[in-house]
Write a protein that binds this ligand. Structure first.
Ligand code: AMP
Length: 387
């Protein structure tokens, strides 16, 4: 394994907030960073050494990024697998590989893969026709969620259905959606709606030698399908945490991932069901910047560059809350009030327009225990407003 050392260049496909936080950690460690994103002065572009302004699937631009970088990664799993393959075909070092991306960006392949390891997933069926919808309704039942196999995130491309009529209508809408991002095979899946006790996630990191480390289990709350709150350590039994760790290890080992990844799971009674795998740093791991000795972003840099990855030490219980735009304005007001408390850490992504539901930043609060951190985090967020 060749070492990519400080002074060398990391190329990041995608210039959003994950790329930005990755770039900030990489810069701290002495690396050069170049990113590619269609939006000029993207969150990552603002802190990187350079940005190529181009769509993610512009192969010429992607190759230009490849020539400029010693190692490449992506911060967004909807970046096209074709772009990553093009880089690999030129002999560039890209982590995680296009094979990992091809599975994790396709819900049907992803669920089939996870189930093949004997790990629990919500009951699902591939859906390509109204007849498939009717069959899935008989076999799995309601409520259910129809999800486009690709191109969806943060709840986009998915529709909850409670009746056959709703399901037929959702099928029509998702068929139209699928035309925008054509894939081979069935365009959507029918998934059982899980009445879970908690949503949890765990970050794993694996390097080229096969060393694998995991972060603590995180407890998540979503609002309108978008992550709202992450709390660590999760309030679950040690047995559940250990089972999650085994799941995360098995997935990382079988996919032979190099880099950071996240597995999102539903906890139902005492059983874990895998919802999604993200082959990149994850929103539910942002707390690691403030609460762990080595953040998910630093461990990602270490893994893709051939440096030692280390098991993270949790310094303190922590709660992260996302800051979303709400359409009321683009300036965040009240930061000066919450910064009086040293336990509150503010992270903003440098996005100019605070569109409703857009992830603009997050707060991490460290406290003696998660309940106190949760209370503080909510109160701190309540003092902020867009105007
Ligand atoms: P996803 O994009 O698949 O991660 O879905 C976003 C969020 O929607 C999840 O974090 C859950 O809160 C909810 N969700 C998705 N699928 C299901 C399901 N099968 N049962 C219950 N909730 C779900």
């Amino acid at each position: 394994m060749t070492l990519i050392g400080p002074g060398q260049t990391i190329g990041i496909l995608g210039g959003g907030q994950l790329g930005r936080m990755l770039a900030l950690e990489a810069k701290r460690m002495g690396y050069r960073v170049i990113t590619l994103d269609p939006e000029p002065e993207s969150p990552c572009g603002q802190v990187a050494d350079a940005q190529i302004v181009a769509p993610y699937d512009d192969l010429e631009a992607v190759r230009q990024l490849g020539r400029a970088a010693d190692v490449l990664t992506y911060e967004f799993e909807n970046v096209s697998a074709t772009s990553v393959r093009a880089l690999e075909a030129e002999g560039r070092r890209v982590h995680p590989s296009s094979a990992v991306l091809a599975i994790t960006q396709h819900r049907l392949r992803e669920k089939t893969f996870v189930a093949s390891l004997g790990i629990g997933v919500p009951a699902f069926r591939a859906v390509a026709s109204v007849e498939d919808v009717e069959r899935a309704a008989r076999e799995i039942g309601f409520p259910a969620v129809l999800k486009a196999v690709s191109g969806g995130y943060d709840g986009k491309g998915q529709i909850v259905v409670r009746t056959l009529e709703e399901a037929r209508e959702a099928f029509g809408r998702l068929t139209a959606h699928a035309r925008g991002s054509p894939t081979e095979g069935p365009p959507m899946i029918w998934e059982q709606w899980v009445s879970f006790a908690k949503e949890v996630s765990m970050i794993g990191v694996r390097d080229e030698r096969g060393t694998l480390v995991t972060y603590p289990l995180v407890e998540n709350t979503h609002v309108n399908n978008i992550l709202d709150t992450s709390l660590v350590p999760a309030r679950v039994s040690p047995r559940v945490e250990e089972e999650a760790r085994q799941i995360v290890r098995a997935i990382g080992e079988h996919l032979r991932i190099v880099g950071v990844y996240c597995v999102e799971m539903f906890l139902r009674e005492d059983r874990l069901l895998v919802n999604e795998i993200a082959p990149r740093p994850h929103n539910s791991g942002h707390y690691t910047l403030d609460a762990c000795m080595v953040s998910q972003f630093e461990n990602h840099v270490r893994a893709i560059c051939g440096l030692p990855i280390v098991a993270p030490l949790l310094r303190s219980p922590a709660v992260m809350v996302n800051l979303l735009g709400d359409g009321r304005g683009h300036r965040l007001m009240g930061v000066e009030r919450i910064l009086e408390d040293p336990r509150v850490r503010v992270h903003l992504y440098g996005k100019k327009e605070a569109r409703p539901g857009r992830k603009m930043g997050h707060l991490t609060v460290l406290a003696e225990n998660v309940d106190e951190a949760l209370d503080l985090a909510r109160r701190a967020r309540g003092q902020l407003q867009w105007g």
